[in-house]
Design a protein around this ligand. Structure first.
Ligand SMILES: [Zn+2]
Length: 413
């Protein structure tokens, strides 16, 4: 199937030479072709340019995008969309005054999700997760990472990762699997944290690696969860089996997790709501992508990642949803981009770079996704008729998407 999209008002994120990531001042540059065409051959971007230079094509289908913006689909590098049930009761408890930590201490939070997951048959878990995946694709997500971490036992973690594997098989978007057994200490190990960490290292990681069920290893490095020393042990064990670190750090406290991540060549360090100057310094010149999750800050009413300060210091930044039942029951990257502009004071250009090219980097997908580049997969968003791309974050909360294409196929009505 060859598709020609013509009369595009703005074709965004055009990179003739693909970039791995954009950092600091480069993030203000979002390359755009006005009045453009885009030609898709089979699954990939074959050509693009200005309408006046449109060559003869062998298109089977022509889409007229007059008045519309065409851009790479969002790259959501941090989600937990494989979960069972929901936690709206905790949401109500929080409104009534309980803190996230208090809810966790009462057996809510991650442990509540772990209990529900344990009780849910694998097919049912798959169906619930597939529904969420389809929802986020319809909202323009064209590449995604999914974590385990609501299992907290070898069997249940494997169950989650098998569900991710089934999603990878049945859907056309790239899905990266992350093992997050170190999400919390399960109730049955409350008085034996070392025992649980030994289980992670000696049983779970080898079993997962043997079946090739994950590419990344993650740890919730935070007060009350896993210390930096424990994080190091788990990352080292994962690395010995070829798993690349991608970790949760600095959400509530700065305890040195960023430095631990960088030391172990983490592909990304995610959350970063609490950033000290030394944390920003440590990230300079590293290959580790800082990832901000503004929907989580919004939902929990916690500080936003100081994105403005980080970009001004020369760092790159990626944006992701953190879609999960506890702290971010939303997988809408459009809202993430708008919230980053509104609350973190980054420009639309910076936010769109963070949610496309830098998101792709945080999933090891820079060579195939995240920009309009010849040979990259045709995972694209076509917006409705809008005046220009700044309208996307400006008119927040509205749906501006007309069509989503995944590997050159229209997936939305
Ligand atoms: Zn998370």
């Amino acid at each position: 199937m060859n598709i020609l999209i013509k009369n595009i008002r703005q074709l965004l994120q055009v990179r003739d030479t693909p970039v791995q990531k954009v950092s600091g001042r480069e993030m203000k540059n979002l390359p755009v072709i006005e009045n453009a065409y885009l030609y898709i051959e089979n699954n990939t971007i074959a050509d693009y340019g200005k309408m006046e230079d449109l060559p003869e094509t062998k298109a089977n289908e022509i889409i007229d995008a007059a008045g519309k913006v065409v851009m790479p689909a969002w790259c959501d590098s941090h989600t937990h969309i494989v979960y069972a049930g929901n936690r709206e009761q905790e949401f109500v408890d929080r409104i009534n005054g309980l803190s996230y930590e208090e809810i966790a201490n009462r057996g809510g939070g991650i442990l509540n999700s772990a209990k529900k997951l344990e009780e849910t048959p694998e097919d049912d878990l798959y169906r619930q997760s597939a529904k969420r995946l389809e929802e986020v694709i319809a909202m323009g997500t064209g590449a995604i990472e999914i974590k385990s971490g609501y299992g907290l036992s070898t069997d249940a973690e494997l169950k989650m990762l098998r569900v991710i594997r089934r999603l990878q098989t049945n859907y056309d978007i790239p899905i990266k699997a992350t093992f997050l057994g170190a999400h919390a200490i399960p109730a049955n190990y409350r008085n034996d944290r070392k025992g649980y960490i030994d289980l992670l290292i000696n049983e779970m990681i080898p079993a997962i690696a043997e079946k090739g069920l994950a590419e990344y290893v993650d740890v919730f490095c935070e007060k009350g969860y896993f210390t930096t020393e424990e994080t190091e042990r788990i990352l080292e064990a994962g690395k010995a089996f070829g798993l690349v670190p991608k970790i949760h750090v600095n959400q509530f406290h700065a305890i040195g997790g960023i430095q631990t991540g960088i030391k172990h060549n983490a592909l990304s360090v995610d959350h970063l709501e609490v950033m000290r100057d030394e944390d920003i310094e440590a990230l300079k010149g590293s290959k580790t992508m800082p990832v901000a999750l503004p929907s989580c800050s919004y939902f929990l009413s916690i500080p936003y990642t100081p994105a403005r300060k980080m970009i001004d210091a020369g760092l790159p930044l990626a944006l992701a949803t953190d879609y999960n039942p506890g702290s971010t029951p939303s997988g809408n990257m459009n809202f993430v981009v708008a919230t980053a502009c509104i609350k973190m004071k980054i420009t639309p250009e910076e936010a769109i770079n963070a949610a496309t090219v830098n998101g792709a980097y945080a999933m090891g997908l820079s060579d195939t996704h995240g920009s309009i580049t010849r040979g990259k997969e045709a995972n694209l968003i076509i917006t409705r008729d809008i005046p220009g791309y700044a309208f996307l974050p400006y008119a927040f909360g509205n749906n501006h998407i007309d069509t989503v294409l995944i590997r050159g196929k229209v997936v939305t009505p």
